[in-house]
Design a protein around this ligand. Structure first.
Ligand code: G3H
Length: 476
C-alpha cells in the first residue's frame, strides 16, 4: 500500500506539524489520500504573530519585487499543473480536465494580478472646487495594505479561489493567513508550497488547517486579523459578519442564478449554455444556473432540447473526465435528494430521472416547478435544474427578485434593447446576455448583492478591496 502522505502547515517559513491530524478521504471512493494538521488555538496565535512580524518588511518591498514573486509562483504552478490537478481531482472529485484547467487558470490569474498590482496608483486631488479656503489644498491619495488578511477558501475551487485571495492580498502589501477548505486542504497546501518556493519571505504567507468547530470562530474573531476574505456558504458568511465586529470583509456566498429565456431566444444556444451553466462540476458552483424562468410559449420546446442534452451528459469517475461526478459528501447528496423529493411530492414533472448511488447523483431536470417548492428558492449545489414557466418577462423579473440571493442572472433573447431593459431591473451583481452565468473572466468585477455577498472581487477590484486609502493633505 502506498504511504499516506502527511501535509504540514507553513508557519513563519517552516513546515510545522501539530499534535493531531485530520485524515482526508476522496469523495470518489472514500480512499484515504492524506493527512493535514489539526491546529490548536496556540498554534493559530503563533501563525498570527508570524504574520504580524512579517508585515512591516513586506509592505516596504518594492511592488516590482513583490510582482516578481507572483510571476515565479505562476510559473511554478503551471509547471506542476498535472501533478496538482490530479490531487485536486481526487480530493474534491472534479473531473481531471477541469482540475488541470483550474490550475492553469490560476497561474494566469496570478500573473495578471502581478501586472495589475503594479498599475494600481493613487491620485492627486485639488480642493479648489469648494470654498476659497480650499484653493491651496492638495490631497495625495495612496493605497496602503490592510495588514493581516485572513483568506478562507471553499472546496469547489481549492486552488483558484485560494489564489484569487492570496495573490491580490500579497501584491497589495498585505501578509496572509490562509485557511484552505478541509476537503481541498491538500490542494491548498500545495499552492502554499508553490508561493513559498517562489521566494516569499518567512511569515508573509502562513497556512492554517484544522477542524472548523475548533478554529473557525477563533480565526474570524482573532484580534490580529485586519481583513477577512471568504468564499463559501451564506450561513457561514453571515456568521463571519456577526463575529468579525467592525473588521472589513469581502464575502462571496450562495446564489440562485436564473436563466431567463424569452420567446424569441435561440433555444438551441440557450439550452447549451444552460446545461453547461447548470451542470458543470455537477452544479457545485455559486454561479451555477439554478433555475430556468422560461416564457410559456417556448417552454415545451426548451424542455425537449434540455432533456436531450442532459441525457447525453456523462456520469461517473472524474478520472474518466465524466461531466457529472460524485458530490463532495453524502450529506451534500442527501440535501439534493431532499429538494428533489419535495419537488416531486408537490407535483413537479420529472424530465430526467436523477438516480443516486452514494454521493453520485445523475443530472435531473424538473419541469412545471411552482413557487411553493423548495427547489424554486433553495440552492441545491448539485446536478438538478428546475424549470419555472412564466407568462412574461415581468413575471420572470418578479420571481428573480424575490430570491434572497442576488448573485447573477442570464437573459436569452435576440432583442438586445429588451435584454438591457430587463437587466436594469434584475437585483443581481452581474447579468449575462445569451451566455451562462459565471465568475470569469477573472479581471471582471465579481459581486453578489443581498445574501450573495459583500464587496467586489475580480483582480483589480480584489486588490482595491484589500488595500485602504490614505490621504495626505498639503496646504500649498
Ligand atoms: O463557486 C463560486 C465560484 O466563484 C464560481 O466560479 O463561475 O468560474 O465557476 P466560476
Amino acid at each position: 500500500m502506498a504511504e499516506i502522505k502527511e501535509y504540514k502547515n507553513l508557519i513563519n517559513g517552516e513546515w510545522k506539524e501539530s499534535k493531531e491530524q485530520i485524515t482526508i478521504y476522496s469523495p470518489i471512493d472514500n480512499k484515504e489520500i492524506g493527512k493535514v494538521q489539526a491546529m490548536t488555538h496556540k498554534e493559530i496565535d503563533d501563525a498570527m504573530a508570524a504574520a504580524k512580524a512579517a508585515m512591516k518588511a513586506w509592505r516596504e518591498v518594492p511592488i516590482v519585487e513583490r510582482a516578481k514573486v507572483l510571476y515565479k509562483a505562476a510559473e511554478l504552478l503551471e509547471k506542476r499543473k498535472d501533478e496538482i490537478g490530479e490531487i485536486l481531482a481526487e480530493e474534491v472529485a472534479k473531473n481531471l480536465k477541469s482540475a488541470v484547467s483550474e490550475v492553469v487558470r490560476t497561474a494566469d490569474l496570478i500573473r495578471y494580478t502581478a501586472e495589475e498590482g503594479i498599475r494600481v496608483h493613487g491620485e492627486v486631488m485639488k480642493g479648489d472646487t469648494f470654498e476659497a479656503a480650499s484653493k491651496n489644498k492638495l490631497a495625495i491619495i495612496r493605497r496602503e495594505p490592510m495588514g493581516v488578511v485572513l483568506a478562507i477558501a471553499p472546496f469547489n475551487y481549492p486552488i483558484n479561489l485560494s489564489a484569487s485571495k492570496i495573490a491580490p492580498a500579497l501584491i497589495g502589501g498585505n501578509v496572509v493567513i490562509f485557511k484552505p477548505p478541509t476537503q481541498g486542504a491538500i490542494s491548498g497546501l500545495l499552492l502554499t508550497q508553490v508561493f513559498e518556493e517562489a521566494g516569499l519571505p518567512k511569515g508573509v504567507l502562513n497556512s492554517v488547517t484544522g477542524k472548523g468547530s475548533v478554529i473557525g470562530d477563533y480565526l474570524i474573531a482573532h484580534p490580529d486579523v485586519n481583513f477577512i476574505n471568504f468564499t463559501g456558504s451564506t450561513e457561514v458568511g453571515e456568521k463571519i459578519g456577526e463575529v468579525s465586529g467592525m473588521k472589513p470583509i469581502l464575502l462571496e456566498l450562495g446564489g440562485k442564478d436564473a436563466a431567463i429565456v424569452l420567446e424569441d431566444a435561440d433555444l438551441e444556444k440557450a439550452a447549451s449554455e444552460i446545461v453547461a451553466g447548470a451542470f458543470s462540476y455537477s452544479g457545485q458552483r455559486c454561479t451555477a444556473i439554478k433555475r430556468v424562468l422560461v416564457e410559456e410559449k417556448v417552454a415545451d420546446k426548451l424542455a425537449e432540447i434540455l432533456e436531450k442534452k442532459v441525457n447525453s451528459l456523462s456520469v461517473g469517475d472524474p478520472f474518466d473526465n465524466a461531466e457529472i461526478t460524485p458530490l463532495i459528501s453524502n450529506k451534500a447528496a442527501d440535501f439534493v435528494e431532499e429538494l428533489i423529493d419535495d419537488a416531486v411530492n408537490k407535483g413537479a414533472k420529472v424530465i430526467n430521472h436523477p438516480k443516486r448511488e452514494g454521493n453520485l447523483i445523475w443530472p435531473g431536470v424538473f419541469d412545471n416547478v411552482t413557487l411553493d417548492m423548495r427547489i424554486a428558492w433553495e440552492e441545491p449545489f448539485g446536478p438538478v435544474l428546475p424549470i419555472i414557466r412564466v407568462k412574461d418577462e415581468n413575471e420572470a423579473i418578479e420571481i428573480n427578485n424575490k430570491s434572497e440571493y442576488g448573485l447573477q442572472a442570464a437573459i436569452f433573447t435576440k432583442d438586445t434593447t429588451r435584454a438591457l431593459e430587463i437587466a436594469d431591473k434584475l437585483e443581481v451583481g452581474t447579468v449575462h446576455m445569451n451566455n451562462k452565468t459565471q465568475r470569469g473572466p477573472d479581471n471582471f468585477p465579481f459581486l453578489g448583492i443581498k445574501k450573495s455577498g459583500v464587496g467586489v472581487q475580480g483582480i483589480r477590484y480584489s486588490i482595491e478591496s484589500m488595500t485602504k486609502l490614505k490621504s495626505v493633505v498639503i496646504n500649498i
